[in-house]
Design a protein around this ligand. Structure first.
Ligand SMILES: *Cc1c(COP(=O)(O)O)cnc(C)c1O
Length: 385
């Protein structure tokens, strides 16, 4: 089983094999805890409660399936009211990935600076008109972006566009609102500043755990594009919900040329919930509960010997194996011996060393993960292979 897992991984390229593929190909495999995918499980439960009560129990699910959903510009109207911004600036997408793809394909040209390690779409979904230049976040600096050094780098590179993912995936590094504001101000000459806040609901700067989005800055700067996925912090990746805030001319152009029904009935239902006060109040409770438990989980991981846990303001941590164990083998071992599925980061550009990424789950699942990693680190390295 251990060997089969290694082989599947090598076939799946830059994204991890889905749980479905793994279970199909290795029927004897039991995944007890999926710590690979980065979602808040309590948020998924909350959505399911609403879904069951309002769509299943009432029979309204029938309408959701039988009829066309609203056009995405209608959903943009709702979001605009909720976010208090002009809906003409909102592009609602079939997942944030659709917005990323649309912007990269149509509006980005020349040099694009991507900080590594990163979420691979930003350098994979490019066109022949884009030249990606990597800016390396250094592990010696805990993958923390040095704002002044970065600004100099961008200015000297001749780049016209940059991407900032905040908090960053896969390391969870966080740039404070003040730092991002400074970068945007100093680099105001750029054509495009893409800020991806797909994990922002897990981050905060003050003790009340309020999130701090750059949305207000986007509204004052036409060259800033805000990307937001709902997949991770709302735990609904399967629904494909995301949006981006950008120039209204772009939104108009995109909608005049397609994307009319890129949302489906269930993603429309999600967005209609998202803008409702009762849902939002309930969500805030599970958001803060999850952050609190994740902090405890990260502290427990930090206490394990033989690994280095990098600082994170997201719901996951990047872990470096310091005892000589290979990350692919660690992943397969955790899965075959403990049913714990983690992300092997060996394919991530910009990571030198043996890294795995582990997501926080529910409290009970976190215990299983911590114990699995503890026992992995107790194995003699030869046996871990
Ligand atoms: C997962 C992810 C996305 C894509 O999200 P979808 O809404 O599921 O398409 C975008 N950006 C980052 C940084 C991500 O991690």
């Amino acid at each position: 089983m251990f060997d089969k897992i290694l082989e599947l991984k090598s076939r799946s390229g830059t994204h991890s094999p889905s749980i479905f593929t793994m279970l199909e190909e290795i029927p004897e495999l039991k995944i007890k805890v999926d710590a690979c995918f980065l979602s808040n499980p309590y948020a998924t439960e909350l959505f399911l409660e609403y879904f069951k009560r309002e769509l299943i129990d009432t029979g309204k699910i029938n309408r959701v399936l039988e009829f066309y959903p609203s056009q995405s510009s209608e959903i943009a109207e709702l979001l605009g009211k909720n976010l208090k911004i002009d809906p003409a600036r909102i592009f609602v997408g079939n997942g944030a990935i659709e917005a990323i793809q649309a912007v990269l394909h149509r509006y980005v040209k020349g040099k694009l600076i991507v900080n590594i390690p990163t979420f691979s779409s930003y350098y994979e979904y490019i066109t022949p008109n884009i030249e990606v230049v990597f800016y390396e976040l250094k592990k010696e600096k805990n993958f923390k972006l040095d704002v002044d050094e970065y600004i100099d780098f961008v200015k000297n590179s001749g780049a016209s566009s940059i991407v900032l993912i905040n908090p960053n995936n896969p390391d969870g590094g966080y740039l404070k609102f003040e730092d991002i504001s400074r970068i945007i101000a100093e680099l105001s000459y750029l054509d495009n500043i893409i800020v991806d806040e797909s994990f922002i609901h897990f981050a905060y700067e003050s003790s009340d755990m309020e999130l701090k989005s750059v949305l207000p800055i986007v509204l004052e700067n036409d060259n800033v594009i805000l990307v937001k996925s709902m997949s991770k912090d709302f735990g609904v990746a399967g629904l494909r919900c995301g949006y981006a805030v950008m120039k209204s001319e772009w939104v108009k152009e995109l909608f005049s040329n397609g994307y009319l029904w890129n949302l489906n009935g269930l993603s429309e239902y999600f967005f209609r919930l998202y803008v409702r006060k009762d849902f939002n109040d309930a969500y805030e409770i599970v958001r803060k509960k999850y952050i609190t438990e994740s902090l405890f989980f990260i502290a427990e991981l930090q206490a394990i010997e033989g690994i280095k846990v990098y600082p994170s303001k997201a719901n996951f941590v990047l872990i470096e194996l310091m005892n000589g164990l290979n990350s692919g083998h660690a992943q397969a071992r955790l899965l075959s011996d403990h049913g714990v599925y983690v992300r092997n980061c060996s394919d991530k550009i910009g990571l030198n060393g043996q890294f795995i990424r582990v997501a926080a789950r529910s409290k009970d699942e976190n215990e299983v993960i911590v114990n699995a990693i503890k026992s992995l680190m107790k194995l003699p390295v030869e046996l871990g292979l």
